[in-house]
Design a protein around this ligand. Structure first.
Ligand code: ADP
Ligand code: MG
Length: 261
C-alpha cells in the first residue's frame, strides 16, 4: 500500500483512476486528477460530460466504483481498486469531508436561518464551537465576502449574488484545504455574476486551492492556472489557459470552444 508521502508530497487533491457508473451509463472513465497547493483549476465541458459527478466524487458526496481520492495526503472515504475497498479508518463522514469545501449552483442555504446562522451552523454542530466563538468566526467569514452588514438577513431578502457569497463564507468557515465550485454563477442574473467572481478571484489571490466548474471562459482564462476539458466522462485535454484556449488540439475541444465564442 503506498502511503500518503509516497503518493503526493505536495498535492492537495490527488485522484487516481476514478470511474463511476449510473446503471449502464459510464459517467467517469478512469479520471486522474492532481492539484497542488494554491493551484486554481477550471473544469469546462459540455452538459452531461461528468463535471458535477467528478466534483461530487472529490468531495465524497458520491461514491465511485473505482479509484481513490487523497486530500492533503489523507485518503478520502475509501480506496477502491479491483473491487477491494480500503476504508479511510473509522472517521466520521463529516470529518472525512472536512478538508473539502463545496459551493453549488443553487446555494443550498437554510431559508429559515439568517446569513450569519447559515455560516455558523456547521461551526457549532460539527466543530462544536460555542455560539460566541462561532459568531465571531462567522462574522469574519461574512466580512471576507463583503457581507458583514447583511449578517441578520434571511436568504429571501438577499440577491442571488449575495446568497452565493454567503454559501462561500459558509464553506470557508470550515477552513477547507480545497474549495470546489460547481457552476457557482450559472443560476445568477448576469449583473450579479461579477460580485461572485470577484470573491473567487480574491480567494485565488489569497492562495486558496480551488477547482471551479464554470462556463465563464473569461474568468477561466484570467484566473486559473490550468483548465481541464472534460467530455463524455473523460479528461480530453488539460493545460494552462493560454495554450488550451488558443491552441486546442482535439476536435472536441475546438468544437466546444466555438459554441462559446
Ligand atoms: P455535468 O455536470 O458535466 O453536466 P453530470 O456529472 O451532472 O454532468 O452528469 C453526467 C452524466 O451522469 C449525465 O448523463 C447525467 O444524466 C448522469 N447522472 C448524473 N447524476 C446522476 C444520477 N444521480 N443518476 C443517474 N444518472 C446521473
Ligand atoms: Mg453539472
Amino acid at each position: 500500500m503506498p502511503t500518503a508521502d509516497t503518493i503526493a508530497p505536495r498535492a492537495i487533491v490527488e485522484a487516481h483512476g476514478i470511474s463511476k457508473r449510473f446503471g449502464d451509463l459510464e459517467v467517469l472513465s478512469d479520471i486522474d486528477f492532481r492539484l497542488d497547493s494554491s493551484e486554481v483549476v477550471c473544469v469546462i465541458g459540455p452538459s452531461g460530460s461528468g463535471k458535477s459527478t467528478l466534483l461530487r466524487c472529490l468531495a465524497f458526496l458520491e461514491p465511485y466504483d473505482n479509484g481513490s481520492v487523497y486530500i492533503d495526503g489523507q485518503l478520502l472515504g475509501y480506496d477502491q481498486r479491483g473491487g477491494m475497498r480500503v476504508r479511510a479508518g473509522e472517521r466520521r463522514i463529516d470529518e472525512v469531508r472536512a478538508p473539502v469545501g463545496m459551493v453549488f449552483q443553487h446555494f443550498h442555504l437554510w431559508p429559515h436561518r439568517t446569513a450569519l446562522e447559515n455560516v455558523t451552523e456547521a461551526l457549532r454542530l460539527v466543530n462544536g464551537l460555542s455560539r460566541r466563538d462561532a459568531e465571531a468566526e462567522g462574522m469574519a467569514m461574512l466580512e471576507r465576502v463583503g457581507l458583514a452588514e447583511r449578517a441578520g438577513h434571511f436568504p429571501e431578502s438577499l440577491s442571488g449574488g449575495q446568497k452565493q457569497r454567503v454559501a462561500i463564507a459558509r464553506a470557508l468557515a470550515m477552513k477547507p484545504r480545497v474549495m470546489l465550485f460547481d457552476e457557482p454563477t450559472s443560476a445568477l442574473d448576469p449583473e450579479l455574476v461579477g460580485e461572485v467572481l470577484d470573491v473567487m478571484k480574491q480567494l485565488a489571490a489569497d492562495g486558496m486551492t480551488m477547482v471551479i466548474v464554470t462556463h465563464e471562459m473569461g474568468f477561466a482564462a484570467n484566473v486559473s492556472n490550468r483548465v481541464v476539458f472534460m467530455d463524455q466522462g473523460q479528461v480530453v485535454e488539460s493545460g494552462p489557459p493560454s495554450i488550451l484556449f488558443r491552441q486546442p488540439r482535439s476536435a472536441r475541444l475546438k468544437q466546444f470552444l466555438n459554441t462559446w465564442r
